[in-house]
Design a protein around this ligand. Structure first.
Ligand code: SF4
Ligand code: SF4
Length: 438
């Protein structure tokens, strides 16, 4: 039995997962119009290869990768390209999107899968992952093929498959593990082959017994590890430390300690790409919160608007106080429900009365509770002050860039200080300043 260590800090927020954890994933019928953003991943925007008026098939390439760190996007339905224009995006900015009018014929482009893709060579697997447009589906959106290509000479000991889903309210990964364990295990084997990883560990928090059982039933010689429920257990560095005892240094990357971490959703998408020849055109999204009529998980075509998703989940039962894309700890408030589901949309949470109120903050009482919970070993109260006073050099020296933006400090602060907001601000300024030519 593997020894699981605890990482430093962390919190135990009310998880509010019960609303959707036992509800099977529902296939969401595609809407009449889909809005497919060219930016659904970290890196450069994809470049369109279709034009207004073109007929497209389901799964057809709409836009190719815009550079080495980028990913292609594909059509979630068959139909016609109505426009290529800026549209609302979950980031809050307008992003160029390809607007498809659905013909509701569901006509697929020709697909080429492989009945036993683990037999394919490494080059073919990597090519399949790249061409399917797969990116980190836990929310980061880093192109998977790039993450699976560490510098030459790197030895990867562990591929860690992250099924922690420690963010409150969300159950999309949980349901995927329960219902699609076979694909997750296959995707893990394929990625491990690419990396030459010596071992695969699948990590699941111990508040998901059904997911643990389902994965173990399909895992064969792969170790499925139950890890203690603690936020942010799913953070890459925290998971690596918990499972391997290895520490990724400040500004370091997991491959430098012989590990690569991939989300369970990413593993599922890899299996579909190689086994069935299907690109990434749909994902599981949790729609929940006290303001939602019938909270549930959908398998939603990418490009479905938030408004359509919410309607399909029974609409708003009450006027929401706030709608957040992602979870309550790391997600962003959404002001335009015309923003579509992308490859990284894990959930939509509509808070009811009293669920999200932002209380007035008071002066810091120097209690150090934010320091005690910070999994990155930072001094959040200091970083907040530096951010507030625009002291970027100090923020940098105190490790602002190591902040994983988990929000644990803000959650625990008795003075309700907007710690994460100012730390994020400082990080953005430091990154922008470092990019400027000197
Ligand atoms: S938790 Fe809040 S009040 Fe306590 S030291 Fe940190 S910022 Fe100050
Ligand atoms: S400083 Fe960053 S890493 Fe530390 S608790 Fe706050 S948000 Fe999380």
């Amino acid at each position: 039995m593997r020894r699981v260590r605890s990482f430093f800090g962390g919190i135990h927020p009310h998880d509010a997962k019960k609303r959707t954890t036992g509800t099977p994933i529902r296939e969401l019928p595609a809407p009449d119009t889909l809005v497919v953003p060219l930016r659904q991943h970290a890196g450069l925007e994809a470049k369109p290869v279709v034009a207004k008026g073109d007929e497209v098939l389901k799964g057809q390439l709409l836009a190719e990768a815009g550079g080495a760190i980028s990913a292609p996007v594909h059509s979630p339905v068959s139909g016609k390209v109505r426009a290529i224009e800026p549209r609302a995006h979950e980031s809050g900015r307008s992003v160029t999107a390809i607007v498809i009018e659905n013909d509701h014929n569901d006509t697929w482009v020709e697909t080429k899968g492989h009945p036993d893709p683990v037999q394919l060579d490494v080059k073919a697997i990597l090519k399949g992952i790249k061409e399917a447009g797969i990116v980190g589906m836990g929310g980061a959106g880093f192109p998977t093929a790039v993450k699976l290509s560490p510098p030459k000479g790197t030895t990867i000991d562990y591929l860690l498959i992250n099924g922690c889903e420690c963010e409150p309210y969300l159950t999309s990964d949980d349901r995927l593990m329960v219902e699609h364990a076979e694909e997750i295990i296959l995707g893990a084997r394929l990625m491990a082959k690419v990396l030459g990883a010596r071992s695969i560990l699948v990590a699941v928090e111990d508040n998901k017994p059904e997911a643990l059982a389902s994965l173990r039933a399909k895992a064969g010689n792969i170790e499925v590890v139950s890890v203690p429920t603690k936020y942010p257990q799913g953070g890459e560095k925290q998971l690596i430390q918990a499972l391997t005892g290895r520490e990724v240094r400040s500004n370091g990357l997991p491959y430098q300690v012989g590990t690569v971490v991939q989300n369970v959703g990413t593993a599922w998408a890899v299996a579909l790409a190689l086994r069935d020849g299907k690109p990434l055109i749909a994902r599981v999204v949790t729609v929940t919160g006290a303001a939602i009529g019938e909270p549930q998980n959908f398998m939603a075509p990418l490009g479905t608007t938030m408004e359509y998703l919410i309607e399909a989940a029974g609409g708003f039962a009450v006027t929401p106080e706030k709608v957040v894309v992602g979870g309550p700890m790391t997600g962003g408030a959404q002001f335009d429900l015309q923003a579509p589901v992308t490859k990284t949309t894990v959930g939509v949470v509509a808070f009811g009365e009293g669920e999200s109120r932002t209380p007035d903050s008071s002066p810091c009482i120097k209690c150090a509770r934010c320091v005690d919970v910070c999994p990155a070993n930072l001094l959040p109260l200091k970083l907040e002050a530096f951010g507030m006073n625009e002291r970027w050099d100090d923020a940098h020296d105190y490790g602002a860039l190591d902040c994983i933006e988990c929000g644990a400090c803000t959650y625990i602060c008795p003075a309700k200080r907007p710690l994460l907001q100012y730390i994020r601000f400082a990080k953005m300024e430091i990154i922008a300043r470092d990019k400027k030519p000197s």
